[in-house]
Design a protein around this ligand. Structure first.
Ligand code: HEC
Length: 123
């Protein structure tokens, strides 16, 4: 009886830990939720997920649907950071707005801006 309670407790702990880990990776993902203002934004932790979920449908390697370049790795995104922020900041439906399907949440756009202000770190 005692052992099974212990096992149950450790399973519960394990579950709780993995749950909180999940929600943390949601926070730093492309979900548009606020990210801890004290952390530095990096390509690997934050920006690549946004590109993956919202951009590489067209900006893949090779690019498709008329997109002019790929945004699948750090150097491609790093080189074009200012243009990326500019296109993402345009209002939905405005000419050249990215992604064309509609503006991403402001918090997601803010993350790209923070990444640029933090020095466009890779890791
Ligand atoms: C449905 C396909 C599609 C998706 C998704 C998409 N793009 Fe584009 N993108 C295009 C096309 C087509 C062009 C070329 C036409 C233009 O410049 O508006 C383009 C152009 C651009 C340009 C300007 C290119 C230049 O010549 O300077 C940038 C920057 C850009 N996209 C960034 C993004 C970012 C960032 C995302 C994700 C947030 C994204 N795009 C998502 C299709 C897409």
């Amino acid at each position: 009886m005692k052992t099974s309670k212990l096992i149950l407790l450790s399973l519960l702990t394990l579950c709780l830990c993995s749950c909180s880990y999940d929600s943390e990776s949601d926070l730093i993902g492309a979900s548009g939720e606020p990210v801890d203002p004290n952390i530095l934004i990096t390509y690997t932790d934050n920006i690549s997920q946004i590109m993956q979920s919202a951009c590489i449908g067209c900006h893949s390697s090779p690019p498709v649907n008329g997109a002019p370049f790929a945004l699948v790795n750090f150097s491609q995104v790093d080189q074009r950071a200012a243009g990326i922020l500019n296109r993402m900041s345009r209002q939905s439906g405005a000419p050249g707005a990215m992604p064309p399907s509609g503006r991403l949440p402001q918090a997601t756009i803010d993350l790209v801006e923070r990444w640029i202000n933090d020095g466009q770190l890779e890791n």
